[in-house]
Design a protein around this ligand. Structure first.
Ligand code: PLP
Length: 431
């Protein structure tokens, strides 16, 4: 056994979070399920987390006991409150958000639209915060996730606003200096990602928020790749608005609904654009006109996706149990290990690390660039080693601290090495 594998085994033995891995389906040591490993290495939990055994049980029981037996009475019993109770639990475990500011509902895309649109509507015609000119600009960056850019393009067109683009380095991310240089009395909203989906760069969220606020703008943070992986203190950092996915590090399952955060003092000030009955004060009054609820409920629109929000509760509970700081500690150890293996095994083939080397500026995934990575990823998937691929030629290694072991990371990286070597040999005609 080589020294790296021995190191990985030692790390797994001393890993304080190691026992959580056995609570997931499809890992070779899942507790008492008698099943065999479904894959050799799953390195894409930041795109779609694995299911927990508790979620499989929870969903099964929900179908028979809740939906099957309580039938429509379920709405009066607890489903109506579920988007808010899960939001509060998530806020406590992973977002640093006091109760009453977070809810679950809609896709991330729709949630982004609702909160961004509410924010600019409050700022666009206004001369708030001493601004002498109307706030007609939205600040974003060229490397943000496509849906974030497209949603803001649509809002800018609807509202006659201008998008101001920060040209971010795809191997790094947006810096406070870049934000400071672009915001001003004309800025209505700044929308950025906390962890960049491509490079894994961890933005200096508190400092950027402070800079945006000093210019009188509101901030909307996209937490898709940080929620459940990186400690977040939305209340302490003075964040206005945030959204995030629940199917990534929160293991909510494919298409599980997003969460939204609206700071308490903004809730009565903002009006969201998708006015539906579920956001009204008295849902079953069914009155002639829309009267928004007080509090976070007013940001809801239609009937909440109850089935879709079942699984995330089990991961939120695990984070509450171990603490997000422990999750972050293991996340850093996993990404450091991955970078060390890439430096030793992949750099000789010309691969480069496209993620920050400073752990303090890096989220939970590592991107490794090489022109052959698209081909390499395709072959790895066939042999049950599952990383992700992002243009241009980035192999993305996602590490999920609750479900990924060091040995799994070792096996995945060894397969990347062997596959890259094989592809390059074939390309050079030597194979
Ligand atoms: C994954 C991700 C999304 C996904 O949005 P959906 O509406 O769930 O498809 C949006 N933004 C970022 C930054 C993401 O990483």
């Amino acid at each position: 056994m080589d020294a790296h594998r021995a190191f990985a085994r030692r790390m797994d033995r001393s890993d304080g979070l190691g026992h959580f891995r056995r609570r997931f389906f499809g890992v070779h040591d899942s507790a008492g399920t008698g099943e065999t490993a479904s894959v050799v290495a799953y390195l894409d939990g930041n795109s779609l987390g694995r299911p927990t055994l508790a979620s499989i049980d929870r969903i099964g029981r929900f179908l028979t006991e809740a939906w099957g037996s309580r039938l429509i009475r379920g709405w009066n019993e607890d489903w109506m409150q579920l988007p808010l109770t899960i939001g509060d639990a998530l806020g406590h475990a992973a977002l640093g958000a006091a109760a009453g500011q977070t809810f679950v509902g809609d896709s991330t895309t729709v949630m982004l639209y609702k909160l961004a649109r509410a924010a600019v509507d409050a700022r666009v015609g206004g001369r708030r915060n001493g601004s002498a000119t109307p706030r007609t600009e939205i600040v974003l960056d060229t490397d943000n996730f496509p849906t974030d850019r497209y949603v803001l393009e649509g809002i800018a067109a609807e509202r006659g606003m201008t998008l101001r683009w920060i040209e971010s380095d795809p191997s790094a991310g947006v810096t406070p200096a870049q934000v400071a240089a672009i915001v001003g009395p004309q800025t209505a909203l700044v929308l950025l990602s906390h962890v960049a989906y491509r490079s894994g760069h961890l933005a200096e969220l508190p400092e950027i928020t402070r800079i945006a606020h000093a210019a009188g703008a509101l901030v909307l943070w996209d937490l898709c790749h940080s929620a459940g992986s990186v400690p977040i203190e939305l209340d302490a950092w003075g964040v206005d608005l945030a959204v995030g996915c629940t199917y990534k590090h929160l293991n909510g399952g494919p298409g599980s609904p997003a969460f939204g955060y609206v700071r308490a003092d903004l809730q009565e000030v903002l009006a969201q654009p998708v006015q539906g009955w579920m956001g009204t004060e008295d849902v079953f009054a069914m009155g002639p006109e829309y009267v928004p609820a007080t509090g976070i409920r007013r940001f809801m629109s239609g009937t909440p996706a109850i089935v879709g929000m079942l699984a995330m509760q089990d991961t939120i509970a695990m984070i509450e149990e171990c603490g997000i700081d422990a999750v972050r500690g293991k996340s850093i150890a996993l990404t450091e290990f991955t970078i060390a293996l890439a430096d030793e095994w992949l750099a000789p083939f010309g691969a480069t690390i496209a993620s920050p080397r400073d752990a303090a500026r890096r989220g939970g995934h590592v991107t490794i660039n090489h022109p052959a990575m698209r081909e390499v990823t395709g072959r790895l998937w066939e042999r049950d080693v599952i990383p992700d691929y992002r243009d241009p030629h980035g192999l993305r290694i996602g590490l999920s601290p609750l479900s990924t072991s060091f040995e799994e990371t070792y096996l995945g990286m060894a397969a990347v090495r062997d596959t890259l070597k094989g592809v390059l040999l074939e390309q050079s005609g030597l194979a």
